[in-house]
Design a protein. Sequence first.
Length: 285
Amino acid sequence: MIKEAQFQNELDLIIKNAIREDVGDGDHTSLSCIPATAMGKAKLLVKDDGIIAGVSFAKQVFKYVDADLEVETFINDGEKVKFGDIVFHVSGKSQSILMAERLVLNAMQRMSAIATKTAFFVSLLEGTSTKILDTRKTTPGIRALEKWAVKIGGGVNHRFALYDMVMIKDNHIDFAGGITQAITKTKKYLAEKGLDIKIIVEARSLAEIKEILSVPGVYRILIDNFNYKDTKTAVALIGDTCLTESSGGINEKTIRNYAECGVDYISSGALTHSVYNLDLSLKAF
């Protein structure tokens, strides 16, 4: 999995690029009508119900824009919020607050939406041992934020990108000439490169499950687009040989049924690609 320092580097890049994109050669509205020495204070106002996420990220944004900005936090990441709640106050130069405003809101609204949806999915799994995973179906350029939000909501991060875990899917299998060939070639490649990363293999049928099990060294089997009956059979076949993951169009109506089949994980792209932003505002006072 991605290391903490590498993850922080991703966050730094997001902030730098987002400010570049939004501010360019200057916030001419603020520069033209607000004195550089003017001081102000603003509050992060919640206008929706859900799970708040992005408070820690907002602090990083404020610090990047102006190290002298001060944040007083009242509600932390992962806590439930309702309409009218105040998450934090930020105080300092008015121009600096306004420069950071849009990035803070854009990030927190999306992160909070993802955390809220993840927490809902986690609640549907309550009483089972199954955990919810995210996917790589994220918004290009802000994957670190979206996966962070999944964790805040109680979910578990899948691989961060193509480099931190091997995931042999249907196209890899077909291009490689079959499951056994794909796994064997992968193990040889990892050994030659000195890479210590886990291998996940996708199965499209019970026959493929059996073939995967015949080749040692697989960390997790992705049971893709199986019905409930075949998922239970697959879990029984796999036993303790490796971990199991269900995926493929699983939603809030079906997730519990798949969990009760005994899988260790359920992955859902919907956690990050199908959410509506939580309504938040940054208001001067």
